[in-house]
Ligand binder design. Structure first.
Ligand code: PBG
Length: 320
């Protein structure tokens, strides 16, 4: 076996998996205002942006070959039913309009969920202490339509309500947004994976947890059912989240379904690497490269990662 490992040229010739900047999607947190570039302490190297600074960030990403951004909003106000999620003057629609008018070639993806917009931090509308599935579909449809109207290329529902893909597809088609793509967070697991994100977005639930809507990390077969349903309902791209904890799920999904597959290398996966790197315990560049390559090898076509910009920068430097 060692013959083909003998030198770098041979290794490159027989390499099965290649990560490219073009596979990456950069998450961006946006709020209203201008000139905001506020560091997020739980995600070192990530920032809260206003539309203008998000535009500057998108320019850098495009120059590095990263084709897409995923927007998360930090609204001015929250209420019980998350109405600010579909305010056309909210941070997400404003940023979409600015990004698309300046860089039409940039793929702008809007995350759709209620948790950043509800005062209780749950991903939907409450009925007592439980999240009401069907009442939530309306908020998700309204928000999806609002982002499509602003010019989003892709709508990415991350709430894990049943039937949301069908509801969103229907809402979009009714208003003639036939070509707006739906990338569903089809298999999204509950767990301790999203802590740094919730700090960044201020979206931690004020009571309880998300286990009644996000999946149990112990279940793999159930993920296949989630994906089958999302395909039936009209999803165009399937997502698995978190990425490194779910390489088995990615591999099964790749074998089973023909849709493009996306993996979300989530906030805790990023922050753990950052923390260890800050201690000098690991080789950050090497580890990130290993992580992204493994996610691709398992079956992901696209990877959402907070490392998108840095990885693309490292890649560019190494080619010089
Ligand atoms: C919104 C949402 C979350 C993430 C993406 N969309 C948080 C959550 O489900 O609590 C997490 C992303 C990350 O951890 O990087 N529902």
């Amino acid at each position: 076996m060692r013959r083909l490992r003998g030198n770098a040229t041979l290794r490159a010739m027989v390499r099965e998996t290649q990560v490219d900047a073009g596979d990456l999607i950069a998450p961006l947190f946006v709020q209203n205002g201008s000139n905001i570039h506020e560091p997020i302490s739980s995600l070192p190297g990530q920032f809260r942006f206003s539309p203008d600074t998000a535009l500057a960030e998108a320019k850098v990403l495009l120059e590095l070959g990263v084709p897409a951004v995923l927007l998360f909003g930090i609204p001015d106000s929250k209420d019980a039913t998350g109405t600010s999620a579909y305010d056309p003057d909210g941070p997400v629609p404003q940023t979409i309009r600015l990004l698309k008018s300046t860089f039409p070639e940039l793929c702008v993806i809007a995350d759709v969920c209620a948790c950043e917009y509800t005062d209780h931090g749950h991903c939907g509308i409450l009925h007592g202490e439980t999240v009401d599935n069907d009442a939530t579909l309306e908020v998700l449809s309204n928000a999806s339509l609002c982002y499509a109207q602003a010019g989003a290329d892709i709508i990415a529902p991350s709430d894990m309500m049943d039937g949301r893909v069908a509801a969103i597809r229907n809402a979009l088609d009714n208003e003639k947004y036939f070509s707006t793509v739906i990338m569903s967070y089809a298999a999204k697991y509950a767990g301790a994976f999203y802590g740094p994100f919730r700090d960044a977005a201020g979206s931690a639930p004020s009571f309880g947890d998300r286990r009644s809507y996000q999946m149990d990390i112990a279940n793999g077969r159930e993920a296949m059912r989630e994906m089958e349903l999302d395909i039936e309902e009209g999803a165009d791209i399937l997502m698995v989240k978190p990425a490194l904890f779910c390489l088995d799920i990615l591999q099964q999904a790749k074998q089973r379904f023909e849709l493009p597959l996306c993996a979300y290398h989530v906030s805790s996966e990023y922050s753990m690497i950052k923390a260890a790197a800050a201690q000098g315990w690991i080789d950050e560049k090497g580890l990130v490269d290993d992580a992204l390559t493994s996610i691709k090898r398992a079956g992901a076509d696209l990877i959402i990662t907070y490392y998108a910009k840095e990885w693309a920068q490292w890649k560019k430097e190494s080619h010089r």
